[in-house]
Design a binder for this molecule. Sequence first.
Ligand code: R5P
Length: 282
Amino acid sequence: MIIPGSASQSLSASLAAELDEPLATVETDRFADGEFKCRVPEVGGDRAVVVASTTSAEAHLELLQLQDLAREAFDEVVTVLPYMGYARQDRAFREGEPVSARAVARAISTGTDRVVTVNPHEPAVCEFFDVPSEAVDAASRLADPLPDLEDPLFLAPDEGATELAATVRDAYGVGETDYFEKTRDYDTGEVSVEPSDTDVSGRVVVLVDDIIATGSTMSSAIDQLHERDVGAVHVTCVHPMLADNARTKLANAGLASLHGTDTIERSVSTVSVAPVVADHLR
Ligand code: R5P
């Protein structure tokens, strides 16, 4: 049985269809003090697959509750984290900070036999779980919505996304890859991007990243490309978090298209990771 978290209802439905497994109806409510409660009226069976992107603190608490009810009623519990919140805080950046990814991984491990996540910022984050865990690479799916482009340049806005850009290029079948150098001021959050030497004048560029959060990284990269007379910029990412005014920032920076997957369900989530996640659950 597939048990969906509130933030992963479309993906859960697609997964249930892919795996030909029942999709649980989760009833949600709140106590008078605002605390969240949930119930799955019909439970029981061999395996529960709890699918929940932890996009907020509330989503984390909902996941723990879904895992708890699943543990009581099923022989096996698998937890799918299409988007794992706090995964980018995978080390203590300054003395005295927690490793937040490890903290949430430990909590999630207590309610499951296995974890499957999709393109975490660093695959090493899987080691923080106390149960077997694996990272699904859904990047190749990002090539699907791209139109026919002549000799596109698949560009990572920082070195860390180079492999992702190469995967999308390989799936697309034509084009080159390159990356920008990025620095971020951790106090102000300000991002600056240093262009590479590749000539982008008049060329179509596809920017590829694992996540668009505030949109600062992508909008800086788009600005740099326009300064260098780029032909057109298409933007794609696995996790379209698009927090606050990110969507507006990107629109104002000037882009031809924006796509993401359904690990985070947004209007730009035109690609489903269900087929690749299903492969890990069969
Ligand atoms: C960082 O290395 C990631 O790959 C993304 O580039 C970054 O997290 C995006 O964040 P934002 O949209 O806030 O710039």
